[in-house]
Design a protein around this ligand. Structure first.
Ligand code: 5GP
Length: 120
């Protein structure tokens, strides 16, 4: 059985402005901010502004406007950060095997250095 969305997770608190974040981008569908423990010169998290735990959750429950809005927001952030050249990496972790720490869907954007093997 899947866990229900936990309104007390850290990203829910960031969305409610109960704890601060270093904001990079915001629109109606998404908020992007710097990761607190960056793994690359650029390490930004993009989160939907609605309570989704996983990709499965998001694609089942979000309406088309939310899916389009969030997907475009990720693109807007990479554009704003000027990452297209020389490139960057997107990552989404899900559940235990995916090493998901925060149970609110988030896309990691990594940039500013060379990346190598996909999985570590
Ligand atoms: P996950 O492992 O769930 O894919 O990634 C969670 C990410 O959230 C980690 O990279 C971690 O450093 C980041 N993180 C955890 N707590 C906070 C926080 O309070 N603020 C910010 N900005 N990032 C956080």
């Amino acid at each position: 059985p899947k866990l229900p969305y936990d309104n007390e997770n850290i990203f829910a608190k960031i969305l409610r402005c109960e704890i601060p974040c270093n904001k990079v981008y915001e629109d109606d569908y998404a908020l992007a901010f710097h990761d607190i423990r960056p793994q690359a010169p650029v390490h930004v998290l993009v989160i939907p502004k609605a309570p989704f735990v996983s990709w499965d959750d998001f694609t089942q429950k979000a309406d088309d406007a939310q899916i389009a809005g969030f997907t475009r927001a990720v693109g807007a952030v990479t554009r704003q950060l000027e990452l297209d050249e020389p490139g960057y990496r997107l990552m989404v972790n899900m559940g235990g095997h995916g090493h998901q720490e925060v149970p609110h869907l988030h896309v990691h954007i990594f940039g500013g250095r060379q990346f190598y093997h996909m999985i570590c």
